[in-house]
Design a protein around this ligand. Structure first.
Ligand SMILES: NC(=O)c1ccc[n+]([C@@H]2O[C@H](COP(=O)([O-])OP(=O)(O)OC[C@H]3O[C@@H](n4cnc5c(N)ncnc54)[C@H](O)[C@@H]3O)[C@@H](O)[C@H]2O)c1
Length: 324
């Protein structure tokens, strides 16, 4: 039976999720959408239902599962409403706009007694990151000691602050670093360039591994995400982000996309397929509500470290048995 899915929020991300559901997701179909902007909703609905509000969408008998891709501030409330009605959710990152609010989703899910929330940390479905994790787990590089992450955007608006680059961009590095290493983070130090761009963030894990991340929002040449994992017996890194190499005007090389949508298109598609399988009765494979809470809790504490410029111990509690 095909899973009926509806999308709340059809901006850049939600329109892409709706398209992936319509065109590239076996086992599911798009029932309809809701967006505060009716014209956007109509465009993304592509002939399916435009719901008058998010609550009628969530409650509809035709809707088995929900994608939440509206602004951050709406995520926790919508996720809790879906939990109340027992419907699976793929919620865009971050799970909530604060760690305390994210924890309310975790608590609601535990009280409900069944895992319903997956957070859209889609890098877990990127083939390159999956290969890095497979190599580490197979012992291919020996004991990991260092993970270097690079997260560069072509450009950000002038009003974009260092704090925003932590809560919008660095949250992805938090989640993928925990997932790649299978380690929890215990401390952080941060250095900031002029106008807080770039940021250089160094975390240390419970096992002593070092996780360094460059966040540079105005790198100008394109959107570039890179990671290299260093072990005692070797290293493994993401390959180039393009399938081809272009030669022109006496120089050659790979091309970089303008933003995350083309770079992670394959990961968004694979994330959707796996989530549909899990929501149809399979096993969840993506980031849980707990992982979503941890990313938000670490981001909040890194933001405080940006203000204080002090080395900071990270505290976010232990994983509940429910998420084992
Ligand atoms: N996983 C990723 O790689 C990734 C990348 C970018 C953004 N995001 C996340 O996806 C979410 C959406 O980001 P975006 O870039 O698509 O933003 P966007 O501004 O393009 O789209 C947001 C949409 O939500 C609509 N909206 C506003 N208030 C609403 C409400 N109360 N209910 C329903 N819809 C409402 C807006 O009209 C707009 O169409 C954000 O939470 C963002 O953090 C994730």
């Amino acid at each position: 039976m095909s899973l009926g899915v509806a999308v709340i929020g059809t901006g850049v991300m939600g329109a892409e999720h709706a398209r992936v559901l319509r065109e590239e997701t076996p086992g599911a179909h798009l029932v309809g959408v809701y967006d505060a902007d009716a014209a956007r909703a109509r465009a993304a609905a592509a002939g399916t239902v435009v719901f008058p509000d998010p609550h009628s969408l969530i409650a509809s008998d035709r809707v088995d599962a929900i994608v939440v891709s509206s602004p951050d501030a709406t995520h926790a409330t919508l996720s809790r409403t879906c939990i109340e009605l027992g419907k699976p959710v793929l919620c865009e990152k971050p799970l909530a706009s604060s760690a305390a609010e994210a924890l309310t989703v975790v608590e609601a899910e535990i009280a409900h007694g069944r895992r319903l929330i997956q957070v859209g940390y889609m890098r877990r479905f990127d083939r390159g990151y999956q290969e890095m994790k497979r190599v580490r787990e197979a012992g291919g590089i020996g004991q990991p000691v260092l993970l270097h992450n690079i997260h560069r955007n072509a450009r950000a608006p002038e009003w974009f602050t260092g704090q925003m680059s932590i809560t919008n961009s660095f949250v992805h590095e938090i989640d993928i670093s925990r997932w790649l290493l299978g380690s929890e983070m215990t401390s952080v130090q941060i250095a900031a360039g002029p106008n807080e761009d770039p940021l250089m963030i160094t975390m240390q894990t419970e096992k002593g591994e070092i996780v360094s991340t460059e966040i540079f929002m105005n790198a100008t040449y394109g959107y570039h995400v890179h990671a290299e994992l260093i072990g005692r017996e070797g290293t493994v890194a993401l390959g180039p982000p393009s399938f081809t190499i272009t030669n022109r005007n006496g120089a050659g090389g790979v091309s970089y996309p303008e933003n995350w949508v083309p770079r992670f298109q394959d990961a968004y598609r694979r994330q959707m397929s796996q989530w549909v399988k899990a929501a149809s009765g399979g096993t969840a494979t993506g980031a849980s509500a707990w992982d979503g809470y941890v990313a938000s809790a670490i981001a909040e504490q890194v933001t405080e470290a940006l203000v204080s410029r002090r080395a900071t111990t990270l505290n976010y509690g232990r994983r509940p048995a429910f998420y084992a």
